[in-house]
Design a protein. Structure first.
Length: 432
């Protein structure tokens, strides 16, 4: 039976099972290589091999053994951490995929910016500088100025984005990020421990672009409007498709095409994040050689447009043409419910009210009841307690119902930790 190999999975069971169901819709068996047993329905997976995928040699050996046992037609990963590993594996197996050089470039925010600079398009980026020690930190601050953003070059999931408002913040934020990017804290930083990028803080609105590269052809599926919470840029709301006018969409699409070409991407899904400035010009934040999260590609695009994005990504990875025909013209959004405090999460008191809101399609718990919740900068992702997904006929209608859901879904805590800011909102959600 023709099969597709998945290297690790998404975080949410809603997204995880969507990957396997998409493969089965294409007539493919699913084989999984993962660090831990993934939450798939068992009948959806032909074989699962558990291995430490941060151990490249062990992961490669396990993957090649699976390729001998199954008719593997393509390999995908759904997150940043395995992009380079999968690029090397697809090259070795002679399968479609992101070239290894492109994988290295898109996995590093500094290298991505250097590629655009080499392509003659520094105008598409914020001013930036590489930071790897105290001396380079102060040189970067002198070169770029304030306010600025300091963040790891190789993190994932929008983790570790710190604002630097002035010289008084510089050493504090740098110290926090140096501690965060230690490999013993997170193996994703083994390749470039402590490597950061310092860049100007951009205004305007935030957006992402979801698309595919089929051979050398760039296929933009759509633009998503996004909102982030201060001060760590935690995403809390996504609506697809965008509400931007056609001229502003074109600016983002041009940025996307220039970035994809400059980085050498091909035969892969991509997720680009950018800011649209008040003057209508677009600036790159980052690009990833994988599908977008926040339920954008698993739920929002299919609900709004009828495009099965996961199936399209699998089709590209297996050397087949993706089906990107739009079958509906609705809007869909996802609202992350961010914890206002640290403590032991005891669930939501207002779920019944949320489930009765018109247009609500799904409510997902992103943290299990009983989990100890911490806030940034201790934990950048654990503060997202749940997500609400809704579909309506218009952008404003989706925004309204998701805002109401966030008000109705009242998180409860069995025990709070005052030292983490009990009783006050540490992350300030704001409008675009």
């Amino acid at each position: 039976m023709p099969s597709v190999l998945f290297v690790n999975t998404r975080r949410s069971p809603l997204e995880v099972n969507a990957t396997a169901l998409a493969a089965h819709r294409l007539g493919l068996d699913v084989v999984v290589l993962a660090d831990r047993e993934p939450p798939y329905a068992p009948e959806l997976v032909a074989e699962t091999r558990i291995v430490n995928t941060f151990d490249a040699a062990a992961a490669r050996e396990a993957a090649l053994d699976l390729a001998r046992r199954h008719d593997i037609r393509g390999v995908l990963t759904w997150g940043d951490r395995d992009v380079e590993f999968v690029a090397g594996l697809t090259t070795e197996l002679g399968l479609p995929g992101l070239p290894p050089a492109a994988a290295r470039t898109v996995r590093n925010k500094f290298l991505t910016r250097e590629a655009l600079t080499a392509a003659g398009r520094p105008d598409l980026m914020p001013r930036y500088a590489l930071v790897h020690d105290e001396d380079s930190l102060h040189r970067a601050a002198a070169q770029v100025g304030y306010p600025a953003v300091l963040k790891p070059t190789g993190a994932s999931g929008s983790r570790g984005i710190h604002r630097v408002h002035g010289p008084e913040d510089l050493s504090t934020e740098y110290g926090l990020l140096r501690a965060f990017t230690r490999p013993e804290r997170d193996p994703i930083f083994r390749a470039r421990p402590g490597e950061l990028i310092y860049e100007e803080l951009l205004g305007g609105t935030e957006h992402s672009v979801e698309g595919l590269v089929v051979g050398d052809e760039i296929r933009i599926v759509g633009i998503t409007d996004k909102w982030v919470a201060d001060p760590y840029s935690i995403e809390y709301l996504q609506i697809h498709p965008t509400d931007l006018d056609r001229e502003r969409q074109h600016a983002i699409e041009d940025l996307t095409a220039q970035t994809v070409r400059a980085t050498g991407m091909r035969d892969c899904a991509f997720h680009l994040e950018c800011r649209l400035l008040p003057d209508g010009t677009a600036r790159l934040l980052e690009i990833a050689g994988r599908i977008g999260g926040g339920y954008i590609t698993s739920h929002l695009i299919p609900l709004a447009t009828g495009i099965d994005f996961y199936a399209a990504a699998i089709a590209v990875a297996t050397g087949n043409p993706p089906d990107l025909e739009r079958r509906s013209n609705l809007h869909a959004g996802s609202r992350q419910l961010i914890s206002p405090q640290a403590g032991t999460f005891a669930g939501f008191a207002g779920l019944n009210a949320v489930l009765e809101l018109p247009g609500v399609e799904h409510v997902a718990l992103d943290q299990a009841v009983g989990t100890r919740v911490a806030l940034p900068p201790e934990d950048y992702m654990g503060c997202v307690l749940g997500s609400v997904i809704a579909r309506r006929a218009g952008h404003a209608a989706v925004h309204e119902v998701l805002q109401q859901a966030a008000q109705d879904a009242s998180p409860a805590f069995a025990f709070a930790f005052p030292e983490q800011g009990e009783g006050k909102t540490v992350l300030a959600a704001h409008a675009r």
